[in-house]
Design a protein around this ligand. Structure first.
Ligand code: IMP
Ligand code: MG
Length: 184
C-alpha cells in the first residue's frame, strides 16, 4: 500500500483494515461478556466515530441501543482548538442506563472529558468508554478508557472515520502523517 498526498502533506499506511477488524472483534467480545444480561446504550461521538461504531456494534451480540452526539473541537486544524462545543445533543434517556461512549480517537482528552461530565450529570447506572485509538501520553484525563483498540504515538492520523479537513473519512485503512514528508 502506498502513501497518499493531501495538500502537500504525505500520509503513510498505519493500521490496516484487517488489523482494525480483528481488534474490533476482540473489543466486542469483551463487551459481550462484560454486559451480559444488560442492555447498554452505545453513544457514538460524531463525526469521527461513526464508522468504528457501525463495525463495533455488528460484532456485539447482546441487546443494545444506539444514540449519537456531535461535538466540535478541531475545526479544520491538525491540533485541538482546546475548546469543545456541542453541536448535537443526545436523544436518549441516560438516567439509570448503562452507557458506553464510543470515540474514534482520544487525543487531548478534552472531548471525552466533556462527554463524561455531560453523561454523569444525567445519572446513568454506569458509564464506560471505548476508543479505537488512544494517543500515548497526551490525554489530560483522570479516568481510564476501558476499551482501547490501539495505543498510538501522538501523530495525526486519518481514515476510517478520521478526517483531514472533513475529507478522507471513507478510507478503509488508517494512515499517519509522515514525519519527514518523504514519499518513500
Ligand atoms: P481530543 O483532543 O481528545 O478532544 O480529540 C477530539 C477529536 O478530535 C477526536 O474525537 C477526533 O474526532 C479528532 N481528532 C483527534 N486526533 C485526531 C487525528 O489525529 N486525526 C483526525 N482527527 C483527530
Ligand atoms: Mg471523535
Amino acid at each position: 500500500m502506498s502513501t497518499i498526498e493531501l495538500n502537500g502533506d504525505i500520509f503513510e499506511p498505519y493500521i490496516t483494515e484487517e488489523q482494525i477488524r480483528a481488534r474490533t472483534r476482540e473489543l466486542a467480545a469483551r463487551i459481550n461478556e462484560d454486559y451480559k444480561g444488560r442492555v447498554p446504550i452505545f453513544i457514538g461521538v460524531l463525526n469521527g466515530a461513526f464508522i468504528f461504531l457501525a463495525d463495533l456494534i455488528r460484532e456485539v451480540t447482546i441487546d443494545c441501543e444506539i444514540d449519537f452526539l456531535k461535538l466540535s473541537s478541531y475545526g479544520d486544524a491538525m491540533i485541538s482548538s482546546g475548546q469543545v462545543r456541542m453541536l448535537k445533543d443526545l436523544n436518549c434517556q441516560v438516567s439509570g442506563r448503562d452507557i458506553i461512549v464510543v470515540e474514534d480517537v482520544v487525543d487531548s482528552g478534552l472531548s471525552i472529558d466533556f462527554v463524561k461530565n455531560m453523561i454523569l450529570h444525567e445519572n446513568p447506572n454506569s458509564v464506560k468508554f471505548v476508543s479505537l485509538l488512544l494517543k500515548k501520553g497526551v490525554p489530560k484525563i483522570d479516568f481510564t478508557i476501558d476499551y482501547v483498540g490501539f495505543e498510538i504515538s501522538p501523530e495525526f492520523v486519518i481514515g476510517y472515520g478520521l478526517d483531514y479537513q472533513q475529507k478522507v473519512r471513507n478510507l478503509k485503512t488508517i494512515y499517519r502523517l509522515k514525519p519527514d514528508g518523504s514519499k518513500e
